[in-house]
Ligand binder design. Sequence first.
Ligand SMILES: Nc1ncnc2c1ncn2[C@@H]1O[C@H](COP(=O)(O)OP(=O)(O)OP(=O)(O)O)[C@@H](O)[C@H]1O
Ligand SMILES: O=P(O)(O)OC[C@H]1O[C@H](OP(=O)(O)OP(=O)(O)O)[C@H](O)[C@@H]1O
Length: 217
Amino acid sequence: MAEDRYLTFALTKGRLADKTLSLLEQVGITCEEMKDKNSRKLVFVNEELKLKFFLAKGPDVPTYVEYGAADIGVTGKDILLEEGRRVYEVLDLGFGKCRMCVCGPESARELLQHHERIRVASKYPVIAKDYFYNKKHQTVDIIKLNGSVELGPIVGLSDVIVDIVETGSTLRENGLGVLEEICELSARVIVNQVSMQMESERIREIILRLRKQLEEA
Ligand SMILES: Nc1ncnc2c1ncn2[C@@H]1O[C@H](COP(=O)(O)OP(=O)(O)OP(=O)(O)O)[C@@H](O)[C@H]1O
Ligand SMILES: O=P(O)(O)OC[C@H]1O[C@H](OP(=O)(O)OP(=O)(O)O)[C@H](O)[C@@H]1O
């Protein structure tokens, strides 16, 4: 592949963005323009390093990487599990830590224990289905929501939810709690499968520098 080919990064907007950009900066992968929060520009270029960057919604990051529109991506493990895209997961960045849990009112614990056919609301239907069907062998009805999932059991839409828990304050403030833990989550680096072969040297060098930086921090 041509030496001056741009390597493209798809990064996740929102919660993970600041930590991702500052980690990249620590290993010399910089783009001054990206720091301007008022900018409406979508793609940023570092001419000197032959790098391109863009920010996207979390669930879209593995899509860009699978199709090769980006060589490297950073997104949450929750997104990788939910989207199931064909990408290489190469590094755990150790931030954006949270847990995927089954949550609900204490009264729902019994329904879980007795393997009742319950209603489960979630922004993550694939993860919820995999957990109940494949790990617990429990038949459930999954209801897809797009946010404020805690509303599910509160307003009577569902018995429990499958959602992200970080500090637990959203649950506490709404009279809910963690009933079962599904898995731990954090931000991950992913790589396009073809890029990994064609740009092996540059990509391995970046992963190495990131890993070293994380070890030293
Ligand atoms: N408390 C948390 N809630 C949600 N995601 C979290 C939390 N803590 C860490 N994360 C990680 O951050 C990512 C979500 O970042 P983002 O800011 O895009 O949240 P979102 O609420 O899913 O997005 P949106 O506001 O677009 O619905 C998740 O994929 C997850 O890996
Ligand atoms: O344990 P905590 O620290 O309270 O964090 C967990 C909450 O944060 C996320 O919601 P988010 O703020 O992304 O809003 P959303 O529900 O609209 O997606 C998640 O879905 C929980 O509701």
